[in-house]
Design a protein. Structure first.
Length: 312
């Protein structure tokens, strides 16, 4: 399977944005089967370039994450990125996990600080890592991996010093060896553009910076997500969600329209790709990718041979 950095280089050469999807390990065996046997095949119809699989709070889904990543690569021949966090792991345990990941033929990881189980303040594990930049440097020293990191257009919710301090921490992660950046979800493109201009223009970050997009499925759900991650819901969007209320079908339809217009503006601004947080669902993401005219266009991942109102 190709390295993610090569996928983006190939996409740039081909003049085509890279499309990627994110999944989380389901809690049940039936949910896992549905993801592997139904959701992913439906999304594969759009011709994505790669996907990523999250790592639960506290590392509680480690085995599931690896099993799903392995299944995606073996059964669907789609490049997969395994998330990896600092939580509840010593350096020796991370080294062993990296050996397991490599043994599966997985070459791409997303290095994150991670969230402690049950919420609360993050505390470094004795013998482990306090910052994701330390984890990136450790992975880079092992060799053989392409490393992604997370970026936060509005600043990380836990960074009390503000977004500019958080963006400097992103520079530290890139300097430590990160190859690409996937951003947290956001709903106002002006936040992303300010972020991009600052980290590329003022901080000198020059690795692919990919916006993370979510299609709203329900007002209640998205408000819960944003309260946890600190993403802002712009006033016009909040008003529309209030108007639609608990009509989840109408909210989902509006979510598709909103995300599609958001993506159009981002693509016009030259982003190297789009990373969709699918919530383990296929319908909305498939419609957005197809509406953008990117579906079934031919993935760029195989490198072996060859608007108004949405920026408030």
């Amino acid at each position: 399977m190709p390295m993610i950095r090569d996928i983006y280089a190939n996409g740039l050469q081909a003049g085509r944005p890279v499309i990627s999807f994110e999944f989380f390990p389901p809690k049940t065996e039936q949910g896992e089967r549905t993801l592997i046997e139904r959701t992913i095949p439906a999304l594969l119809e759009t011709g994505p370039d790669y996907c990523s699989v999250t790592y639960g709070a506290g590392g509680g889904t480690r085995d599931k994450t690896l099993r799903i990543v392995d299944s995606i690569q073996r059964e669907h021949r789609l490049t997969a990125v395994a998330h990896l966090t600092c939580v509840n792991s010593t350096r020796e345990e991370v080294a062993e996990l990296l050996r397991q990941i490599a043994a599966l033929g997985v070459q791409n990881v997303l290095a994150l600080r991670g969230d402690p189980p049950g919420g609360g303040e993050f505390s470094a594990t004795p013998g482990g890592f306090e910052y994701s930049s330390q984890l990136v440097r450790f992975i880079r020293a092992q060799g053989g991996f392409c490393i992604g990191v997370a970026g936060f257009p509005e600043g990380h919710i836990a960074c009390k010093e503000g977004k500019h301090a958080d963006w400097r921490h992103l520079k530290e992660k890139v300097d430590a060896g990160a190859d690409f950046i996937l951003t947290q979800l956001f709903f106002d493109n002006t936040d992303f553009f300010e972020f991009r201009d600052h980290v590329t223009g003022k901080l000198g970050i020059n690795v692919p910076l990919i916006p993370g997009i979510i299609s709203i499925l329900s007002a209640t759900q998205i408000r819960r997500f944003t309260s946890l991650c600190g993403a802002r819901v712009p006033a016009p969007l909040a008003a529309k969600l209030d108007l639609l209320g608990k009509d989840d079908a109408a909210v989902a339809e509006f979510g598709i329209e909103y995300a599609a217009r958001q993506c159009e503006e981002l693509l016009r601004a030259g982003v190297p790709g789009l990373h969709f947080y699918t919530l383990n669902k296929s319908a909305s993401t498939v419609r957005i990718v197809n509406e953008l005219g990117l579906g079934k266009a031919g993935a760029v991942g195989d490198v072996s041979g060859g608007g108004a109102g949405y920026s408030t």
